[in-house]
Design a protein around this ligand. Structure first.
Ligand code: ADP
Ligand code: ZN
Length: 526
């Protein structure tokens, strides 16, 4: 029995009555209508765009329970509580529950007393029998990019979700994600069997976010200065790669009068949950976290997102920075990155488990991120281009506001590359950036004397540039694949593309380093 659509509650009425909002935003209305009518939808919307309502409203309008597949187990309780607060009957099934709680949820579902049921992807198979016995309004597949092996956040459990269409072919499905390049989008449609789904692609632009990427010198001081000069008293998130640097950074901020809390997977789970809930509820706290923090977090007034380490992919960067300014007010996305980040990430890729294809995939992600860091044009244009969208120069990113100077780095690149080549060919030796730069600068270090590197023809031919400028040259050559790093010690090697520069045919335009704020900053290496 399908009730005539006039018998269904009106979607706008549901929006007003339940959430108190007077109108739909962007494409919400068309998406919601598609699902209410029983059609499938693939929704790409930036973080903060309002994806949740796209399945919550149809779940309330349609007969039966909306089943939401979500990898965010840690947030299910919060999501259910937030829905209960507006009178929506929601519950979840995941591995953290006691058998008694689980039975209670199952009974409520069978009795038709649930509007929404959140399900961890690995529970779908076990719950299939239960779902068969109840009434399902729709399936929502949240964070749908997790099904993509090409993407940056693959979850193997998501592959099992193809069973949804086979088992419940007449139930509408809506897949939602905030991060998807054209390739990921195709993969989602294919793996979830969403070939006939309507695609809703919102603009990925977040005009209120100002994107800034600067060179890492004394990262903690740089961060502190950002907070003190522009974001004093604001809520913000600082992302670090390692647990140790999360701890260190949070302590540093607290010592310097910035209220900050740490968050990472190695912490006691009670403390971690307490920190998360303080961040959500109190004003002006800075959360220092690994990327374990943030997925699904709804805090509208995060004024800045800072990265102290280079994100592994543009998708990751976009998703993490997207947690700033969900209320639409001006916000900052700030990243400090240096040569060491590149060396470290290449090393992690080299040492990562998985086959060659997997490592190539990681490399391609890193290359795209580096290209964004080293671009001399508008960051937003670059970012949106990555997601397949074209746009105008934004006027609200660092390269638009202070266009970087470029200089002809061809000769510098040749000097550097030929030092690497000579050491390798004439001596059979390979070194990291530090030593290569010492040779170019004509320094007399132990290693240079011992290796008689002062006898190389390139010894001292780079004195026209400072050490900092040389590091920038190395970084940019790495970013463009004109140079590569290898192995545990980050040794530099040439690439097939280096030949074009060494042979003299190819010009290398480089981005000039912004002058350093203080002398002391120059001591530390990027
Ligand atoms: P996403 O999941 O896309 O990141 P959410 O669904 O969490 O975004 O929505 C972001 C914020 O916008 C939430 O606070 C939500 O209540 C609000 N919101 C969504 N749709 C509307 C609307 N039509 N009118 C007003 N606020 C909305
Ligand atoms: Zn710009």
């Amino acid at each position: 029995m399908t009730p005539a659509s006039s018998a269904l509650p009106d979607k706008l009425g549901v929006l007003e009555k339940t959430w108190g909002y007077s109108s739909f935003r962007g494409q919400q209305e068309q998406i919601i209508q598609t699902v209410i009518d029983g059609g499938d939808a693939l929704v790409l919307m930036p973080t903060g765009g309002g994806k949740s309502l796209c399945y919550q409203v149809p779940a309330l309008v349609r007969d039966g329970t909306g089943v939401v597949i979500s990898p965010l187990i840690a947030l299910m309780q919060d999501q259910v509580d937030a829905l209960a607060a507006v009178g929506v009957r929601a519950a979840f099934l995941n591995s953290t529950q006691s058998p008694a709680d689980r039975s209670a949820v199952e009974a409520a579902f069978l009795a038709g007393e649930l509007d929404l049921l959140y399900l961890a992807p690995e529970r779908l198979r076990a719950a299939a029998g239960l779902l068969d016995r109840g009434r399902i309004a729709l399936f929502a597949i949240d964070e749908a990019h997790c099904v993509s092996q090409w993407g940056h956040d693959f979850r193997p459990e998501y592959l099992g979700l193809s069973m949804i269409h086979e088992r419940w072919p007449s139930v509408p499905r809506i897949a939602l994600t905030a991060t998807a390049t054209a390739a990921t989008r195709r993969e989602i449609a294919q793996r979830l069997d969403l070939g006939d789904a309507r695609e809703f692609v919102s603009s990925f632009d977040r005009p209120n976010i100002q994107y800034r990427i600067e060179t890492k010198a004394q990262p903690l001081q740089q961060l502190l200065s950002l907070i003190r000069t522009e974001h004093s008293g604001d809520a913000g998130i600082v992302y670090c790669l390692s647990r140790a640097s999360v701890e260190k950074t949070a302590e540093f901020l607290v010592e310097n009068g910035v209220p900050a809390l740490p968050y990472h997977a190695g912490m006691d789970s009670t403390l971690r949950a307490a920190n998360q809930s303080r961040f959500l509820r109190e004003d002006g706290l800075v959360m220092v976290a690994t990327i374990a923090f943030g997925m699904g977090i709804d805090k509208p007034d995060v004024r800045f997102v800072a990265h102290l380490d280079l994100p592994k992919s543009v998708e990751g960067y976009y998703q993490e920075t997207g947690r700033a300014g969900r209320d639409g007010l001006p916000s900052t996305a700030w990243l400090a990155y240096g040569l060491q980040d590149v060396v470290q990430q290449r090393r992690m890729i080299d040492q990562s488990e998985g086959d060659l294809a997997h490592r190539r995939n990681l490399s391609a992600h890193l290359d795209a991120m580096l290209a964004l860091c080293e671009t001399v044009t508008c960051r937003r244009v670059q970012l949106l281009k990555y997601f397949g969208q074209s746009s105008q120069e934004c006027g609200n990113c660092d390269t638009c506001l202070a266009p970087p100077e470029t200089w002809d780095g061809t000769v510098a690149a040749q000097k550097l590359l030929s030092t690497v080549v000579r050491l390798d060919r004439e001596r059979g030796q390979k070194f990291g950036a530090g030593h290569i730069i010492d040779i170019l600068l004509g320094k007399t270090t132990d290693r240079i004397t011992r290796g008689r590197h002062d006898e190389l023809t390139t010894y001292g031919i780079g004195r026209d540039l400072s050490e900092q400028e040389w590091r920038a040259v190395v970084r940019q050559l790495l970013a463009r694949g004109l140079l590569a790093v290898q192995g545990e010690y980050g040794i530099l090697v040439i690439t097939p593309a280096s030949a074009g520069v060494l042979g003299g045919g190819e010009q290398v335009l480089l981005r000039r380093e912004a002058p350093r704020p203080s002398k002391s900053a120059r001591r530390a290496v990027a």
